[in-house]
Design a protein around this ligand. Structure first.
Ligand code: ADP
Ligand code: MG
Length: 731
């Protein structure tokens, strides 16, 4: 028996012992966060008010107040058992980063005391030379600063042997450029708020002071037994299987989707939820996804900056808890070829400070007018800057989903649904603009909420779909930090809302009424943005042709999609909205290209080593066996010692030939991979990313094809890599 077979025999759920009867979640939700109610209790009234002003209006607190807050935070954290603190941030790696510092400080008489000051709370200076900066920060000027983000609460993480206070921060260079994913998100919230407040003023809501985006990311993932994982260098190093024949049973029967959750998996989910709740992450739904061993968590939506932090934390929890259960949580977009990959649906909307969801159809024609304005603005945003949405989800892992053989396609379009599209059609035709107030009721505007709220017939194939009271951007990859995608959606929405607002103001001069002016403006907006609306099946061949006719880009390569960020149009937009500077965009472009080529490079090298050391040796053995058998059979037949059915010799010959051919092609293609890697070394970065996409990836696919062919015929004992049918079905 080889390792793989032994492991398979031994796989069984890890028992963590039965938990005592669980407490109701409300008893411990958020217990590990430095919540507003804790702050209210622990701060002086004056400091609490100052802190709130900082949160809400950006008015910075004084040094003395910062000290008071730090002191309270330290006390709270120490009472919970924390011994150290860290500034927690989201560098361009896409992961989170932390550098822990103990609270201890040496007192005047050489004694150790626990200390945490306001200045340590507010600013940190991690040695930042190894974080990607895209050239913004030369390595000799390694200084990067972390600065406290008061909009997201501090929290405590725990491991068996201790606890750490984590302070969410942004990460900036000495010269103030964003080196992280969080700062642009926060800036985009400011831009969005400004635009929305202005528009609301037009609609007579001058009382609204601010608005924000809200977000609920649905997180897909795979789980596999850890024992299998350990036998797969590709999963360990790249997060996905680089070779692997499909399982005879995949997802054809669709018996996994929303199916009854296996006990082992449910135990895992329950523990993830418990950990999430302690950190105040409102995970609300869990279910099986389409592919075998694929699952999903979805939280209740929150303000986007919080949702982004929470999603990062949740992914971290999911990975850590899996290990406790003898499982590995795979967040890669395509861990297994041939079955669905994992995405992250970004549910997005806009809320004002009165708590209104501005993408919620209202109960009166006036409210609906505002709703339609928001809706049309977002449509216009996607129409004008769809390339940025595509760019925001472009990276090596997602390339296996977008525009490959599965959803969503790389063509960005907007889906509205049967009822809403009719309304939008009417707006475009100008019918509504001519209508009187009471006619609006007849035209259906009054009835909007009714049919929208139960619009159950949702298009699951659209990359950007309106789903009742929010948009769902479905092209995100499962492993992604969602901040950049939110920042892009916010920015393009902010810009479009501004433009639409200006058009309304212009129409007002000639129109009889405000609503007529609005509808006239929206009619123009829809006329212009019409090509982005698509209600059909986004997976169909015809759509690709149709989209081409409409002039919608269909960009499959990540590197090409990323260019959207450095076009004059994009730089103009982001600078206008104060979200990214030109330098930041150019730096990001370089970082993303580098990330792309590094991932592909690692994959190629892993593939070479794995195939050479773990696939081919077994294949040679099998080839020898077959050759030996062929020789014996031919010898005894030639000597007239046996009477063979006609075809026996040819059959053996063919077997030997086909195995030998696969081995040959594997080796030939591997040599080609090595040559391409060598050739790429001298190329400059942009060229190399395209070269990897156009040349190296197809070459790797050739290797895989022949390896997978071998897997399907090789004797079980000679195949040591866990198979799809095992990893995806045994638990
Ligand atoms: P689905 O049928 O697509 O799963 P749900 O209504 O269950 O739709 O919601 C899915 C996700 O959308 C959840 O994470 C939820 O929190 C989020 N969501 C709901 N309303 C909003 C909103 N106003 N803004 C942002 N996200 C929202
Ligand atoms: Mg969904």
């Amino acid at each position: 028996m080889n390792n793989r077979m032994e492991v398979t025999q031994r796989i069984e759920p890890v028992s963590l012992g039965k938990k005592e009867k669980p407490e109701p979640v409300s008893m411990y939700f958020g217990e590990n966060t430095f919540s507003e109610s804790t702050m209210r209790k622990m701060f002086s009234e004056k400091t609490f008010k100052a802190f709130k002003r900082w949160q809400e209006e950006g008015e910075v607190i004084t040094a003395a107040q910062a000290d008071e807050i730090a002191q309270a935070m330290k006390e709270w954290a120490m009472a919970k058992g924390a011994t150290a603190y860290t500034h927690w941030f989201q560098p361009m790696t896409g992961l989170t980063a932390e550098k822990h510092d103990a609270f201890i400080s040496i007192g005047t008489s050489g004694n150790v005391i626990e200390k945490f000051t306001g200045s340590r709370l507010i600013q940190g200076e991690p040695d930042a030379s190894s974080f990607p900066s895209g050239g913004i920060r030369a390595t000799f000027e390694a200084r990067g600063y972390t600065a406290w983000d008061p909009s997201s609460p501090a929290f405590i993480t725990e491991v068996e042997n201790g606890k750490t206070l984590c302070v969410p921060t942004i990460f900036i260079s000495y010269t103030g450029e964003a080196l992280d994913k969080k700062l642009p998100l926060l800036r985009s919230e400011v831009a969005l708020s400004k635009s929305v407040v202005e528009l609301l003023k037009l609609f007579g809501h001058g009382d609204v002071k601010s608005a924000c985006s809200t977000c609920g990311p649905e997180q897909e993932y795979f789980l596999i037994d850890e024992a299998y994982y350990r036998l797969r260098p590709d999963l360990i190093l790249t997060g996905r299987t680089l070779v692997g024949a499909s399982s005879p049973k995949g997802q054809q029967l669709e018996d996994q989707y929303f199916g009854s959750i296996k006990e082992r998996v449910l135990n895992y989910m329950l523990e993830v939820e418990e950990e999430a709740y302690k950190l105040g992450i409102p995970v609300a739904t869990r279910h099986n996804e389409v592919a075998p061993h694929q699952y999903e968590f979805a939280p209740v939506f929150e303000r986007s900056n919080l949702a982004a932090d929470h999603n990062q934390l949740l992914m971290d929890i999911m990975k850590k808890v899996a290990r406790r259960h003898g499982l590995v949580c795979l967040l890669h977009e395509k861990p297994f070829a041939g079955v669905n990959g994992s995405g992250k649906h970004l549910n997005w909307s806009i809320a004002d400070d009165r708590g209104n969801n501005l993408l919620n159809p209202g109960d009166t024609p006036e409210e609906n007018l505002l709703f339609l304005t928001m809706l049309c603005s977002v449509i216009y945003a996607v129409y004008t800057h769809g390339d940025l949405l595509r760019g925001a989800v472009a990276f090596a892992g997602n390339e296996h989903r977008l525009g490959a053989n599965e959803a969503p396609p790389a063509i960005i379009s907007v889906f509205l649904g049967e009822h809403l599209i009719k309304i939008v059609d009417m707006i475009e035709s100008g019918k509504m603009a001519k209508a009187k107030k009471q006619d609006l009721v007849d035209l259906g505007v009054k009835l909007l909420p009714k049919f929208l709220r139960d619009s159950t017939d949702r298009n699951r194939t659209s990359p950007f779909a309106f789903t009742g009271n929010k948009f769902e951007f479905r092209a995100l990859g499962s492993s992604m930090n969602i901040s950049t995608a939110i920042a892009v959606v916010n920015t393009i929405a902010a810009d479009a809302i501004q433009i639409v607002g200006e058009r309304i103001v212009a129409e007002k001069k000639q129109a009889d009424s405000f609503s007529a002016a609005v509808l006239k403006a929206l009619s123009g907006v829809i006329k212009e943005a019409r090509p982005i609306l698509f209600e059909g099946n986004n997976y169909a061949e015809e759509w690709i042709k149709e989209a081409e006719k409409r002039g919608l880009p269909n960009i499959v390569s990540s590197a090409e999609a990323l260019r959207a960020f450095v076009t004059p149009k994009a730089i103009d937009l982001f600078e206008r909205q104060g979200v990214f500077t030109r330098i930041e965009l150019q730096a990001r472009y370089v970082i993303w290209l580098e990330m792309y080529e590094k991932v592909i490079d690692i994959e190629a090298r892993t593939l070479m080593e794995m195939v050479n050391t773990q696939v081919l040796p077994g294949a040679y053995e099998y080839q020898n066996d077959i050759a030996g058998g062929f020789e014996i059979v031919s010898d005894v037949a030639a000597a007239g010692r046996v009477d063979l059915v006609s075809g026996v010799i040819d059959d053996r010959k063919e077997l030997l030939e086909s195995i030998s051919a696969d081995i040959y092609y594997v080796r030939r293609n591997l040599r080609e991979v090595a040559k391409l890697l060598e050739k790429a070394e001298a190329m400059e970065i942009e060229k190399r990313t395209f070269f990897f996409f156009n040349e190296l990836k197809p070459q790797m696919a050739h290797v895989r094809k022949h390896v997978d062919a071998l897997e399907k015929v090789m004797p079980d004992h000679l195949w040591n890599l866990p198979k799809y049918r095992e990893m995806l079905f045994i638990s």
